[in-house]
Design a protein around this ligand. Structure first.
Ligand code: 5AD
Ligand code: SF4
Length: 444
């Protein structure tokens, strides 16, 4: 019998999906990518974009039609808004939250799966600590042999006014640092080359367990120590931190250890004080720029990525111009720029979505232009120099070439490189630069 899991959205969903897969495989299912041949089919949903929500509805309506012709069990998990959850309960056989994952076999049994499956509890024999975090004790079925996500925290307490996450994933809860470090150690021992610590707000790690848990900076240092004690090479990333909790000791920790990759993804969302205030971001532009200057000082080689929303409710042309000016000033290597769209449940959904779609598109295009220009200048300065690259796949658009990423996560096409090198670090000389990408060849 086969199971297909469709994963939408961010890396956190991808990571959750790896644990769901592990439980389902443990029951005896084989995985398939083909929805049509699955007996059990599920989706890990995302509520950040309306498109992703629409996709879940399109899928379940289709799957429910298939039920006329064959037995099929459907489930949904992931980021679900309360209003959608009520509808999903009628459409899917099973709706569960990640903290309920250990009960998945028995929940599926109640949905009527065949009796030959193992219904053994996935955490049988393990010491359970906290029902909000026990699901992390499930050993994930990692989807790559050389890149892995390690969740360190779930949920969010920040309540940015545009964002659905506090309503879909609930309040912030930190995973036990001993478990995080044990998982990192296992991955390092297995030879994994790129590890990403995940959370909605990684740098508020531990704040929900004050006095009982270490801080995010301390967690980074302990991961750094794993690197120092190991003869293996690997890069550790984290995403995403919130500017409000981005203390200097976090940046110092990254500077202090070779295995902590010199790349920072620091969402700014807007470059205007008033818009930041209405977004409830709880930090000033000055504070953000101070962090950027600390990064430039302590991590001179680091790349800087960000997230930006254009056309937030009430954003005037003058306020938008401040975001454009910020982008010129900071010279991000990468920016994920989104057009604002109201999320049911989030506070700003009650405010007028008064920037027209054309205006949003135009603002997005203007920021993309700035990004391309500043990232190109940065990439051009790399031409002629050699960098360490993690080769991660075949280049789909060029025969004989591989794709990879620098430590700063800049995408690079590596010419004349053979497939056996996928999943290894190689020295690569950059031969040419484009907007948002590089080309290079192996240093022999
Ligand atoms: N509209 C547009 N973009 C959004 N994001 C989150 N909520 C919204 C929304 N309602 C973006 C933010 C966040 C990223 C994950 O998604 O930039 O950092
Ligand atoms: Fe959403 Fe803001 Fe929390 Fe990020 S910090 S998950 S944008 S509420």
């Amino acid at each position: 019998m086969k199971c297909c899991i469709v994963t939408l959205g961010c890396q956190m969903n991808q990571s959750d999906s790896e644990r769901i897969r592990s439980v389902i495989e443990g029951m005896g299912y084989a995985m398939t990518k083909n929805e049509e041949e699955a007996d059990l089919i599920g989706v890990v949903a995302c509520s950040v974009r309306q498109k992703a929500i629409d996709k879940v509805y399109a899928k379940i309506h289709r799957w429910n039609r298939w039920k006329n012709d064959r037995p099929l069990i459907t489930f949904v998990s992931g980021c679900i808004l309360p209003a959608d959850e009520r509808k999903f309960l009628k459409l899917f056989d099973l709706v569960f939250r990640m903290n309920e994952l250990p009960e998945l076999p028995s929940m599926l049994q109640q949905c009527g799966i065949a009796t030959e499956y193992s219904l053994r509890h996935p955490l049988e024999g393990m010491e359970r600590q906290d029902e909000r975090t026990d699901f992390w004790l499930v050993d994930p079925a990692y989807s790559s042999a050389f890149e892995a996500y390690v969740p360190i925290q779930n949920g969010c307490d920040k309540f940015c006014t545009y964002c659905a996450v506090p309503y879909t994933r609930g309040r912030e809860v930190s995973r036990a640092s001993a478990d995080i470090l044990a998982e990192v150690q296992r991955l390092v021992d297995r030879g994994v080359k790129s590890i990403t610590l995940l959370g909605q707000n990684v740098n508020s790690y531990g704040l929900d367990k004050k006095g009982k848990e270490i801080s995010f900076a301390e967690l980074l240092c302990r991961v750094g120590e794993i690197g120092n004690a190991s003869d293996k090479d690997f890069w550790v990333y984290f995403t995403s931190p919130h500017p409000r909790d981005m203390t200097r000791d976090v940046i110092e920790a990254v500077a202090g250890y070779d295995c902590l990759a010199k790349q920072i993804h620091l969402p700014i969302q807007s470059g205007d004080e008033e818009v930041l205030r209405r977004m409830n971001r709880n930090h000033s532009m000055e504070a953000y720029l101070k962090i950027v200057s600390d990064i430039r000082e302590l991590l001179p080689t680091a790349t800087l990525f960000t997230d930006i929303i254009v056309g937030f409710s009430g954003e005037t042309e003058a306020q938008f111009a401040h975001t454009a000016a910020l982008m010129e000033k900071v010279e991000f290597n990468m920016a994920y720029i989104a057009k604002y769209s109201p999320r049911a449940g989030a506070r700003s959904a009650k405010w007028e979505d008064d920037v027209s779609p054309q205006e949003k598109s135009e603002r997005l295009a203007r920021l993309s232009e700035i990004l391309k220009r500043t990232s190109l200048a940065h990439n051009q300065a790399m031409v002629g120099k050699a960098f360490r690259v993690l080769l991660d796949g075949k280049d789909r658009r060029m025969e004989g070439a591989l794709t990879g990423r620098t430590e700063g996560k800049l995408p690079i096409r590596v010419l004349d490189a053979s497939e056996e090198l996928i999943g290894t670090f190689q020295e690569v000389e950059v031969t040419s630069a484009a907007e948002l990408s590089l080309t290079g060849r192996l240093v022999k």
